[in-house]
Design a protein around this ligand. Structure first.
Ligand SMILES: Cc1ncc(COP(=O)(O)O)c(C=O)c1O
Ligand SMILES: N[C@@H](CCOP(=O)(O)O)C(=O)O
Length: 465
């Protein structure tokens, strides 16, 4: 499988190449040159398979040329060996048509582990025998950071620099990042919001001199391998609910548009997906874009769902590319315009294409709290605030007879204060992170400027040999 950039001019790469590169050299994002498909018979054959076997069947077409089936199986077995539920991503029914897909049984208690545990394995595999040192730079609104750090902490040949917005992540999220003592982990709290952190990371990739000096790589969902691994659980859940004979709808709490884009990929691969509900908090750029075509970024508002406090959704570019006829030059122009003005209008093809599958829903703080109480009272489920945004949106779009699956993206204990405020229940931290509040924190606070951040990375990273 070859991969092409959404902005049309970066060289096409194989799977190993895109995994190590992260962002394309023209500033675009890599996507497969075509969508592989699974026939209804192949989807039916997934019934009863373990998570690892499902993962191998779904991901194999994407890694062809870079990994054998045996190698992929080995990497998936190692990646999912640290999850504390035998099903890896179990489904929980909460009423007749509503389900939760629990994605938080990995080491850092959020859906990010599903992809990042695999990405850690992939980095090790693709760097084997190379004397190149990898400098991973990433931005997090809380969950990617801890999952990525867990995946690469202590690994030889890799340093990770993770930017988070100072004071805008939960105490559990911050400590999961800042109490990891491994010397290859560098936490940076920036005086700014997540969008600024993400822009700084992209600026380092786009700084040709900087990118020549260090072998940069990405752990954010700009890295294609992240999304590929997330496609798997859409198949795993839908097959358990009757696919390919029955269509299934998904509601996805959304920020950077990675998780829900993985659902789009599953649909492009042939999974019968009835609807993808793009659930946002009041930072609703995506809900507005899907409703009116107006993709214009506003000031980020801090909410009880900090991981979704995002106004520039990185992966939306991948959707616009695919729906706009895969015209890299046109998309590059559209994105450059957005970068300059923080506003753009979707084309008719992009709007109409999205309308067939996606629907956007903005959920405010009151409806989020109501959804948390509803899950507690009717199904005895304590859910985290991000999942509650998804559930509230799901309940507005459930059609009789079509199973609606809300992606439960984080363990409620990561957001104990918000859960307690809404439900009166204070979720206990699972034993695997039990001593989090006894460990010493280590991070550097920097101004959100390019010079401050790139200077810090340059001073601590290992240059190319
Ligand atoms: C708990 C949680 N829910 C939802 C999201 C949004 O996911 P995405 O950025 O893939 O849209 C995030 C952050 O990515 C998250 O950490
Ligand atoms: N919510 C995310 C933001 C980064 O998203 P990513 O999926 O692109 O890594 C987080 O938790 O950091």
């Amino acid at each position: 499988m070859r991969y092409v950039s959404t902005r049309g001019t970066a060289p096409s790469l194989d799977f190993a190449g895109v995994t190590l590169a992260g962002l394309a050299s023209d500033g675009g994002l890599y996507v497969p040159e075509r969508w592989p498909t699974l026939s209804p018979d192949a989807i039916a054959a997934l019934a009863g398979l373990s998570y690892v076997d499902t993962a191998v069947a779904v991901m194999m077409p994407f890694v062809e040329g870079s990994l054998t089936r045996e190698e992929l199986t080995e990497l998936c077995t190692a990646a999912y060996g640290r999850f504390d539920h035998a099903a890896i991503t179990p489904l929980v029914q909460i009423d007749h048509d509503q389900w939760l897909l629990e994605l938080f049984h990995g080491p850092t208690l959020a859906f990010k582990d599903v992809a990042l545990q695999l990405l850690g394995q992939l980095f090790e595999r693709f760097l084997k025998g190379s004397d190149q040192h990898l400098t991973i730079i990433g931005a997090t609104s809380g969950d990617t950071g801890s999952a990525a750090i867990d995946a690469v902490a202590g690994r030889a040949g890799v340093d990770i620099f993770m930017l988070h917005p100072e004071g805008r992540v939960s105490d559990v999220q911050r400590r999961q990042m800042t109490t990891v003592g491994a010397p290859n982990v560098h936490n940076i709290a920036i005086r700014g919001d997540f969008d600024t952190a993400q822009a700084l990371v992209k600026a380092m990739f786009n700084d040709a001199a900087f990118a020549r000096r260090f072998r940069l790589s990405a752990v954010n969902s700009i890295n294609w391998a992240r999304l590929m691994a997330q496609v798997v659980y859409y198949f795993y859940a839908a097959v358990r609910l009757g696919a390919p004979g029955r269509s299934v709808a998904f509601s996805v709490p959304t920020g950077n548009f990675g998780d829900v884009f993985a659902g789009y990929v599953a649909a492009r691969m042939g999974l019968p997906v009835a609807r993808l509900v793009v659930a946002t908090n009041v930072n609703d750029i995506l809900a507005r874009a899907l409703a009116s075509g107006d993709y214009s970024s506003r000031q980020v508002v801090a909410t009880a769902t900090p991981s979704m406090d995002i106004q520039v959704s990185s992966n939306f570019e991948r959707l616009l590319f695919d729906l706009g006829g895969r015209d890299g030059a046109a998309l590059a122009g559209q994105m450059k315009g957005f970068e300059a003005t923080r506003a753009m209008q979707l084309t008719n093809a992009q709007r109409d294409g999205a309308a067939g599958l996606f629907v956007g829903e903005r959920v405010d703080a009151d409806d989020m709290a109501l959804a948390m109480r509803h899950a507690c009272e009717t199904a005895a489920q304590v859910i985290d605030p991000h999942t509650a945004i998804g559930l509230a949106a799901a309940r507005r779009h459930t059609a009789p007879g079509v199973p609606m699956v809300t992606l439960a993206t984080a363990h409620p204990a990561k957001f104990r204060d918000a859960v307690e405020r809404a439900t009166g229940v204070r979720p206990a931290l699972p034993a695997r992170v039990g001593d989090l509040f006894d460990r010493e924190e280590r991070f550097t606070v920097l101004d959100a400027t390019y010079d401050a951040v790139s200077g810090y990375v340059a001073a601590h990273a290992v240059p190319r040999g």
